[in-house]
Unconditional design. Structure first.
Length: 181
């Protein structure tokens, strides 16, 4: 299902292209070409934003799985400790070396699992931040397209410059995520 805002932008783009073809006006042609380029950038940016959101979700699932594994090790350790304490208090039996070794193994495993889960969580948060940057870019591109359509209808060059400005701002967001994130 497409985003209603994207459908409206596509409709505006089609109308703008039709108008430019009818009029053979150089100004309208420039508006149509730049708006088409901005629409293409918006599509790519929107795709990347969705991809980052999906990656964030997968990373969050892996983090949750790791925390579940951590909990399982913690429960096993607690049960083994309870067994050793019970045997010691009821029968005076000292803890078996194998049990002590197993608890030490659980503790080591839990430290490793904890580090993995935290790293996965950080990765998920980072990808979510990347998605926000890209979503901002898509919004700026959509504003640029809308202003471009208005400039074509009103034939105001200043509005077209505004469209180019918002398109450039969207491009900055796209490049920021691609190269600096």
């Amino acid at each position: 299902m497409e985003n209603p805002a994207e459908e409206s932008v596509q409709d505006l783009q089609e109308k703008l292209n039709d108008k430019a073809a009818e009029e053979k006006d150089g100004f309208l042609t420039r508006i149509a070409l730049t708006t088409a380029l901005i629409a293409a950038l918006a599509a790519v940016t929107g795709y990347l934003a969705g991809e980052r959101a999906d990656e964030s979700l997968v990373d969050q699932i892996h983090s949750s799985d790791s925390w579940s594994y951590y909990q399982a090790k913690s429960i096993k350790s607690a049960l083994l400790s309870a067994k050793m304490e019970t045997l010691q208090s009821l029968k005076g039996v000292p803890p078996a070396k194998a049990d002590l070794d197993k608890i030490a193994e659980y503790q080591t495993d839990m430290k490793e699992i904890n580090a993995t889960a935290e790293e996965q969580h950080k990765t998920a948060e980072h990808r979510l931040e990347q998605r926000k940057i890209l979503a901002n870019g898509v919004t700026l591109f959509q504003i640029a397209i809308a202003i471009g359509a208005i400039s074509a209808i009103t034939r105001k060059q200043k509005l077209w410059y505004g469209s180019l400005f918002f398109g450039a701002a969207g491009l900055v967001q796209l490049l920021r995520e691609l190269f600096f994130s």
